[in-house]
Write a new protein. Structure first.
Length: 383
């Protein structure tokens, strides 16, 4: 048997194994539907808009925290929030009436919203930072054979979801959206409906459809880029959902949070705190040569256009706030960010990448120290 024949046999065997493996993980994660209806049937109902208005009737300012996507770079805003907690003596959940997050931002906002008792919060930002590297290394993991049989993420998700689900269950347990004290906004893309959805933990059910979810189901989907993790199928009230990360469409939910708060509190001051985490926000679409407007130009646009980064939504909310102030909207927009961060990988948990991210976080906090001190002063004694 010559070398070519041996290679051909090995290749055929490999292709067969790949097919079998991909069918196996497809059946495991997408064919099986987990019915959550029995678990949610006797849980508290979501609160209404009116209840939120009454709760904050005496508040002069509605404070909103916004965290964008960015993979492992999510530790950056957590370090800023840890500093705010040190300066105020309060947990992050006590500092903001609303939280809105996409992808890794959704994970962090949801964790910081987990209740403890009737009015307090179980986790601080410092708690999440302490276990962050260990947890993300568990999340971003898969056995060697998975990498081999998916060609390192080309033929399937780069990682398996078990590690991530284990971490999320550790934080969320059986908590649902309705259990949260504060108000959470989480964008998702629902494959089963082919639609972008903004999920909130308020408003009554509509047309009899359940709008309450287990936090671990919602957040796993909301932080689930298809190239990285396998989504899971579940149903609530007879309706099937497959949530994935909406980051490419809506990486920064600041304007969504602003609109929701403004609709409910048109006469109150609204303070939006947006904390960046580096990345490609300052990339530019090149158009200096005619080739940039052909098919190659489309690729450049897809890779570098602001619409695929947090910059798009940040520009939009800044423009919107500028115009809305002319119509009497009282908005305090505090944007904590720093230039650069292009070298920070979103899915690498290596010591080198985490060290670069920590260095970036230190620089970001140094450059924004005045803003951080301002926030600490107004949030500590807010009314």
């Amino acid at each position: 048997m010559n070398t070519f024949n041996v290679f051909f046999i090995v290749l055929v065997c490999y292709i067969g194994l790949v097919y079998i493996y991909l069918k196996y993980i497809t059946n495991k994660y997408l064919r099986v539907i987990v019915d959550r209806t029995p678990e949610l049937g006797d849980r508290p109902s979501l609160k209404t808009n009116q209840l939120i208005r009454e709760k904050y009737a005496d508040k002069e300012v509605i404070n909103i925290l916004v965290l964008t996507g960015g993979g492992v770079r999510g530790i950056v805003p957590l370090q800023v929030l840890t500093k705010l907690e040190e300066l105020t003596g309060k947990k992050t959940g006590e500092l903001f009436e609303f939280m809105a997050g996409t992808s890794t931002g959704a994970i962090n906002c949801a964790i910081l919203s987990v209740p403890e008792g009737d009015s307090s919060y179980k986790f601080s930002a410092a708690d999440v930072v302490r276990d962050y590297v260990r947890n993300i290394r568990r999340m971003f993991s898969a056995p060697w054979y998975h990498h081999l049989l998916t060609l390192f993420g080309i033929l399937g998700p780069l990682y398996l979801p078990e590690g991530k689900l284990e971490i999320l269950e550790g934080y969320f347990g059986d908590y649902t959206l309705a259990d949260l004290h504060n108000n959470l906004i989480v964008p998702v893309y629902d494959i089963s409906e082919n639609s972008l959805r903004v999920i909130r933990n308020w408003e009554p059910t509509i047309n009899g459809n359940y709008t309450n979810y287990l936090l671990r189901d919602l957040i796993h989907g909301a932080s689930n880029p298809p190239m990285l993790f396998s989504p899971r199928r579940f149903s609530v009230g007879g309706k099937t959902h497959v949530f994935i990360d909406p980051g490419v469409i809506l990486n920064n939910p600041a304007e969504v949070a602003l609109l929701n708060a403004w609709f409910m509190f048109p006469n109150k001051k609204i303070r939006i705190v947006l904390i960046g985490n580096g990345g490609n926000d300052s990339d530019h679409y090149s158009h200096t040569h005619m080739a940039e407007f052909g098919a190659y130009g489309l690729l450049q646009y897809i890779m570098n256009s602001p619409i695929v980064s947090a910059k798009f939504s940040t520009d939009l909310v800044q423009e919107y706030i500028h115009e809305a102030r002319d119509y009497g909207l009282n908005v305090d927009f505090v944007y904590i960010n720093a230039d650069g961060g292009h070298e920070l990988a979103t899915a690498s948990t290596s010591s080198q990448n985490m060290e670069k991210i920590n260095q970036y976080a230190t620089r970001l906090m140094t450059e924004n120290q005045e803003k951080i001190d301002y926030l600490a002063s107004v949030l500590k004694n807010r009314t």
